[in-house]
Design a protein around this ligand. Structure first.
Ligand code: VG1
Ligand code: CO
Length: 544
């Protein structure tokens, strides 16, 4: 086995987005493309010789090939040990758990999350640091800088490792351990939640649940935890086999893409509880019988009920939410007398707050919830958290959420996505909108008066780093908000995200359809940003 040093040239487009580098599979298959990015990661790390690296992915097309390349490159570059999930599988939260538990220097997670997979689908690579969390911007910036000047990479000339057998292999001077993908993660879940109580509750005969893995990475985790450990009936987990193309679907847990689950939960004789997770297992959607829980409400409900759950019995240090997430969690934090932090979109911004002990729970409106147990959002963790609360309170999902609204008021919320808009049109929309911001405060738009209008800028309270241009916010005097930003995870054209929020204190008005309740704000958003005119679309692609 010899180390080969391969000459290469930079690719100009290796700038990581909201969550790592995402491109279509054929881009990653270009000669040297993956290798350049991996070497750029290694080159921007310090002191990795002899250290441990974790590698795994969501099982999508190209996962296995990419892992073989990464193992040979890690060996050629002098890592001491590589832990890789069996079959090349590690959900994003499980990878975070393994990095922390085994004190790895970091990890490489192969995923394009909720984006479709397959030979013409998407692929992605992200680097997580030793705390188990997504690399912060200073690290991703360094990786990008390196990728722009790279001229060679190192790779071991060796045969492939058998990823399907749990065993330890030697690759050059590096030990490669193929580990069970589920064990460490399942043990962590068992340490946080009252598994006995959940088991009794879900096997009592009075409660039925349905978990949809959307043919993505959570299948093996969900089957091990719900069907085997917690004794839920076989078949509780549907679409539980990870497939390279996710069965042709979008592994995105929302009302549009999790169709099978929505049909069950809104159909005749629906189960009491339903949940879905995304491609790499970090997102979750929570449903009750005929009832949808918005992710922002879900975070607020978990925070308000946290002390019912063993792992959070001592209470919360603080809550953090991404800027576009509704302000429902802020109301819980205010009542608990704890801080609520508002960060830019993307889980990497929660890492410092979690490490510093400033926040215990975090969440994003994009179906992401998590806590200080790992440094990623965690889909099955959220499901277990809900089940633990349900097992204690013995009320329905709908009752719990409505009771929450009665206490705190309802932050009525929706997100409208305009996908695959031509990039120049989307950029023009945002630029024009930014140009208007200074004139908006004080203006009356319909029944709303603009309180502030800005482009969100965040100063990290721990390390002082500043992230600007994180989304345009228009806030109204009654607390309602409209937020506009462009997605940083897509691979084709641009996706405009419009986030809408209003507040309703009166319980008699809590049953409104959000699209109706937000109707005026939707119209104002179109008038202010000229969405239809500038995108050429008369309606959003996806509404959540
Ligand atoms: C989206 C979501 C964001 C999330 C990110 C990664 O980013 O809005 O909240 O953190 O995806 O999630 P963007 O830039 O497209 O809006 V995942 O599950 O795709 O790793
Ligand atoms: Co994801």
């Amino acid at each position: 086995m010899t180390v080969q040093t391969v000459r290469t040239q930079p690719f100009s487009d290796q700038k990581p987005g909201t969550s790592g580098l995402r491109k279509q599979v054929p881009t990653f298959q270009k000669p040297h493309y993956l290798e350049n990015f991996i070497q750029s990661i290694f080159d921007s790390l310090e002191g990795y010789q002899g250290q441990t690296l974790v590698v795994g992915g969501d099982g999508r097309y190209y996962n296995r090939q990419a892992i073989q390349t990464i193992l040979k490159m890690a060996a050629a570059n002098g890592f001491g040990r590589v832990l890789v999930g069996q079959g090349g599988i590690l959900s994003t939260p499980a990878a975070s758990c393994v990095i922390r538990k085994h004190q790895a220097l970091g990890g490489i997670i192969l995923s394009a999350s909720h984006n479709p997979g397959g030979p013409q689908g998407d692929f992605g690579v992200k680097y997580n640091t030793g705390n188990g969390g997504p690399a912060p911007e200073k690290v991703t910036d360094a990786i990008f800088q390196r990728s722009q000047v790279i001229d060679e990479y190192k790779i071991l000339d060796a045969s492939d490792v058998d990823l399907d057998r749990i065993a330890t292999y030697t690759l050059g001077n590096t030990r490669v351990e193929v580990i069970d993908a589920v064990t460490d993660y399942a043990a962590l879940m068992e340490a946080l939640f009252d598994f006995d109580q959940i088991q009794q509750f879900i096997t009592s005969g009075n409660f039925r649940l349905c978990i949809d893995s959307l043919h993505a990475v959570t299948g093996p985790y969900a089957k091990a935890i719900f069907e085997r450990r917690l004794n839920a009936p076989a078949g509780t987990v549907q679409n539980g086999e990870p497939l390279e193309d996710f069965g042709g679907g979008h592994p995105d847990p929302n009302l549009v893409y999790a169709k099978d689950l929505v049909k069950v939960m809104f159909g005749e004789n629906a189960p009491d509880f339903g949940a879905a997770s995304d491609g790499d297992g970090d997102r979750n959607m929570i449903l009750g019988r005929n009832f949808f829980v918005t992710p922002s409400d879900s975070l607020a409900v978990l925070a308000a009920n946290a002390t019912l759950v063993p792992g959070y019995r001592e209470g919360l240090a603080g809550i953090a939410r991404s800027m576009p997430t509704s302000q429902a969690p802020d109301r819980v934090a205010a009542k608990l007398g704890i801080d609520c932090y508002e960060t830019p979109t993307g889980w990497k911004f929660f890492g410092n707050l979690l490490d510093a002990g400033k926040a215990t729970l975090c969440g994003e409106e994009s179906f992401g919830t998590g806590s200080n147990h790992v440094r990623e959002k965690d889909g099955l963790w959220a499901v277990l958290f809900w089940l633990n609360i349900l097992a204690v309170r013995k009320q329905s999902v709908e009752e719990i959420v409505k009771d929450h609204w009665a206490t705190y008021g309802r932050n009525i919320y929706s997100r409208h996505d305009y996908e695959e808009v031509a990039s120049d049109r989307a950029n023009d929309l945002m630029d024009t909108l930014r140009g208007k911001l200074s004139s908006l405060p004080g203006q009356t738009l319909g029944r709303y008066t603009v309180d502030y209008a800005d482009d969100f800028s965040y100063t990290d309270p721990v390390d002082g780093s500043v992230s600007s241009k994180q989304g345009v916010r228009i806030g109204f005097t009654d607390g309602s908000r409209i937020v506009f930003r462009l997605s940083g995870t897509g691979t084709q054209g641009a996706t405009l995200r419009l986030y809408l929020e209003s507040y309703e204190a009166d319980p008699a008005k809590h049953d409104q359809d959000p699209q109706d309740a937000l109707g005026d704000l939707i119209q104002i958003a179109d008038e202010v940003a000229q969405i239809q005119a500038k995108t050429g679309r008369d309606r959003p692609t996806v509404i959540t």
